[in-house]
Write a new protein. Structure first.
Length: 468
């Protein structure tokens, strides 16, 4: 059972029945996520994260050889692809040979869905997953249950770096419709006790309901919060604007699934006083990176390979920027080999060492989605605007939209104190940091719409890329 299957009945059920369904859903999920495979993997991961560079390299090369051999033998798409390229598994002996295979695009996955499923695995044992994607085109793929467990072991290794445990109660801020948006009386939360979790969906974090939500959070001593940074950010600014405080704030906030913006991090930390740590991953579960206690993203090298494709020349700090392309080790039932995730990443200078001692490659940041950038009159591509809003305390949320070349529209959800001065400051910052020639207009909105999965987009381009 999942929320999609029952979405038509769920909103009409009484609250106790909704809680029971959340419990049941959680129980079913917990069986897949946290079974024997999870425990074994987590134990391995807490050891392997301290491996030397040599060990990491030989582990990844061995995993690539295994995956390529398996895909060639059992996955029709890769068998045909390698034949057409006159390649045999022996041609790809490790990371350095991966370039011989082309990048796998989302469109390739859509076009070759059946051919990407391993012949060796019974489909009924697999879990059908989908991503909604920012372009509105969904993507379907299969996951084997052991890959789900592996993915959650990666997630829990990150959390355990900060000292939390599986038995700790937490609040999860979600985009799922756990509490129907039409509900006008508390409780605006549901319990998935089977996962030690209270669920609060973004639709209710509004000025009129925030008092009830904060009372609830104050009543329970949640050790940590998890969720999209944009949702926890909405909690922080809405709570602050209402003059409410969280008396027992969580010690940690674990964010993921969206690129965290500087002003979001700042507002969350100011309001909650918690330690905020982030992960980067993709729904397709073929690569990712998690922050260490030094707040540096390290590749989760056990899970897959992350390549920086079409890299820019190194900047003055030795950092390179390029497309994130992932090869996942955990899910041979539906292998993603050299899969273009759709994000741009910035990698740290490979010669640098992290103070935490981990040797896995480091990412400085994930810049944004490949398609979501603004083009300046100087023909520069800008993906992040968050530093523009860093000094402006009166912006609750902002989105930059480019509808035509030479201009941008700044869509803003204002805080009560917002004034003309703020508008001037933002225009000045854009002229200074982005381009003095860019025409800037403002639009004031009550909220910024989310995508299908509830994700927030900081930059939206409506310019057809073929026209450029
Ligand atoms: Zn580190």
């Amino acid at each position: 059972m999942n929320f999609l299957d029952i979405e038509s009945i769920y909103p009409h059920l009484p609250i106790f029945a909704q809680n029971a369904l959340c419990y049941g859903y959680g129980l079913k999920e917990a069986r897949v996520r946290f079974g024997k495979a999870f425990r074994r993997k987590l134990e391995e991961l807490t050891l392997s994260e301290h491996w030397s560079e040599g060990c990491i390299e030989s582990y990844q090369d061995e995993k690539i050889r295994e995956l390529i051999e398996y895909a060639y033998e059992n996955v029709p798409y890769y068998h045909n692809l390698m034949n057409s390229l006159k390649l045999v598994p022996a041609d790809i002996r490790g990371r350095k040979n991966l370039y011989k295979l082309p990048v796998l695009t989302k469109e390739d996955v859509r076009q070759n869905f059946d051919g990407l499923v391993s012949k060796k695995i019974n489909k009924r044992r697999l879990i059908l997953k989908h991503t909604s994607g920012t372009t509105g085109k969904s993507l379907h793929f299969y996951m084997q249950p052991s890959a789900v467990a592996f993915q959650w072991a990666i997630c829990w290794r990150h959390r355990m770096r900060f000292g939390v445990e599986r038995s700790d109660w937490h609040a999860n801020f979600t985009g799922k419709l756990v509490v129907p948006p039409a509900q006008t009386k508390p409780p605006y939360w549901r319990w998935a006790s089977s996962m030690q979790q209270a669920l609060i969906n973004m639709h209710h974090i509004t000025p009129s309901k925030i008092k009830d939500i904060i009372c609830f959070l104050n009543r329970y001593n949640f050790k940590f919060y998890t969720g999209y940074p944009s949702i926890i950010h909405t909690l922080a600014v809405t709570g602050k604007d209402a003059g409410l405080t969280i008396n027992s704030p969580p010690r940690f906030v674990f964010t993921g699934a969206e690129n965290i913006l500087d002003y979001q991090r700042q507002d969350i930390q100011d309001y909650l006083g918690s330690i905020l740590t982030d992960t980067y991953g993709c729904t397709e579960a073929c690569g990712g990176a998690s922050q260490c206690p030094e707040f540096v993203y390290h590749e989760d090298f056990e899970f897959g390979i992350m390549e920086c494709v079409d890299p820019s020349p190194a900047d003055k700090n030795g950092r390179i920027k390029g497309k994130i392309v992932c090869t996942g080790f955990a899910n041979p039932a539906f292998p993603f080999i050299r899969y273009e995730v759709g994000d741009i990443g910035i990698w740290e200078d490979a010669a640098k060492m992290c103070r935490c001692g981990r040797k896995a490659r480091m990412l400085v940041n994930v810049e944004g989605r490949i398609d979501d950038y603004v083009i300046t009159p100087e023909n520069r591509k800008i993906m992040r605007f968050d530093y523009i809003f860093k000094g402006t305390k009166n912006v609750k949320e902002a989105q930059i939209v480019q509808e035509k070349l030479g201009a941008v529209k700044v869509r803003i959800v204002r805080r009560p104190q917002f004034g003309v001065q703020d508008e001037d400051d933002i225009s000045r910052q854009i002229a200074k940091w982005i381009s003095p020639k860019l025409e800037v207009t403002f639009e004031y909105v009550n909220e910024i719409e989310r995508g299908n999965s509830g994700k927030f987009s900081a930059v939206v381009s409506k310019i057809k890329r073929d026209a450029l």
